[in-house]
Ligand binder design. Structure first.
Ligand code: GDP
Ligand code: ZN
Length: 325
């Protein structure tokens, strides 16, 4: 028997509520979910059955990003409460206009580096982005859009584009060609998207919006409607990223407004070696273990450049990135 004075009904309710608040639901009570959009403290989460719910997170959860996998439950009023966040595989952070760190997206499986013959393709820009993607870490997918325009591309530019695509493919990176205009490569793109959470990056005018328009009908219309209604309400705050899930296959596309470039700070040497595998391979035969491939005698990498098996621009880029550490 409980001791102490008998409580009024109101007091008892208060005690019950305190007990509930103090209680941390066990893992079994919690449901799985993913943050698909957020503004301020308001979250839009998707559960395992792909239902969308509006909710809020406990203070102890910390800042959440689009793509965060979370655990949630209903409180006594039927509100969705996020209780905890699962560990992230990666987190893309960018400073906002005020220099404050903005969480762009979490758990990005793949970054699609979109290029096109028009306005132009710069292999060095693609390769720098590739390094940043590998450093995230995420899978890079190099996509050449506007393949229908290759026939009208000046021969010199065409040669440069074809050589770069062939090299990246030879080095083991995923490369696809698409055309929004003719539909070329769309099936291949779809299979590269399946089961992955992807994000697109590329110069303005390469066709990211057009590609997204082809891909997002894959997301259910109802979900898109609910998500855009949610985002409209958040327009007074700065717009944050949205994760659009595909209706007919697992995976999704992250729309990250304002994400223009993919900066590189510190690149671990292992990441550089993944991005420049031909240089890493040749470096095994340099006379000195710590060879920087500049003026050292017995440098197998410089020998490779002279023999034409390694591109001089790739070595230059590698050395520039090596300097930042
Ligand atoms: P974004 O700035 O990367 O989002 O590029 P947009 O999607 O706005 O596309 C820029 C321009 O390129 C638009 O005029 C599109 O119609 C055009 N465009 C996009 N994809 C293709 C394509 O595959 N072939 C051709 N010829 N034009 C395209
Ligand atoms: Zn060397």
């Amino acid at each position: 028997m409980a001791r102490g004075p008998k409580l009024t009904k109101q007091q008892q309710r208060h005690v019950d509520r305190r007990r509930r608040v103090g209680r941390t639901p066990s893992g079994d009570d919690l449901l799985a979910g993913v943050v698909v959009a957020h503004h301020g403290h308001d979250l839009l989460i998707e559960d395992d059955a792909r239902e969308l719910h509006r909710g809020r997170a406990r203070r102890t959860v910390g800042r959440l990003a689009t793509g965060d996998r979370i655990r949630w439950c209903h409180d006594d009023h039927g509100h969705v409460i996020v209780e905890k966040r699962e560990e992230r595989s990666n987190l893309l952070v960018r400073p906002d206009a005020y220099g404050k760190k903005k969480l762009m997206a979490a758990n990005i499986d793949q970054v699609i580096i979109v290029t096109a013959p028009l306005p132009w393709m710069n292999p060095e820009v693609v390769e720098r982005t590739l390094v940043a993607v590998l450093a995230l870490p995420a899978r890079p997918l190099i996509l050449l859009n506007k393949a229908d325009l290759l026939g009208e591309t000046p021969p010199g530019e065409l040669e440069e584009i074809e050589a770069a695509l062939a090299l990246w493919q030879r080095l083991g990176f995923a490369v696809i060609r698409t055309s929004v205009k003719t539909g070329e490569g769309m099936d291949e793109l779809k299979s590269e998207l399946a089961g992955r959470s992807s994000l697109m990056i590329g110069l303005s005018g390469v066709g990211k919006t057009s590609l997204t328009r082809v891909i997002t009908p894959l997301a259910g219309d109802a979900a898109v409607g609910e998500i855009s209604a949610f985002n409209r309400e958040g327009m007074h705050t700065t717009r944050t990223s949205t994760l659009y899930r595909f209706a007919d296959m697992p995976g999704g596309l992250i729309d990250a407004p304002g994400l223009r470039d993919f900066p590189i700070d510190q690149v671990p040497e292992a990441v550089l070696d993944d991005a420049f595998p031909e240089i890493a391979e040749a470096a095994r035969y340099c006379r000195f273990n710590d060879c920087r491939h500049r003026n050292e005698p017995g440098c197998a990498v410089r020998a490779g450049v002279e023999e034409g098996t390694i591109l001089a621009r790739r070595l230059r880029q590698y050395q520039e990135l090596l300097k930042t550490d």
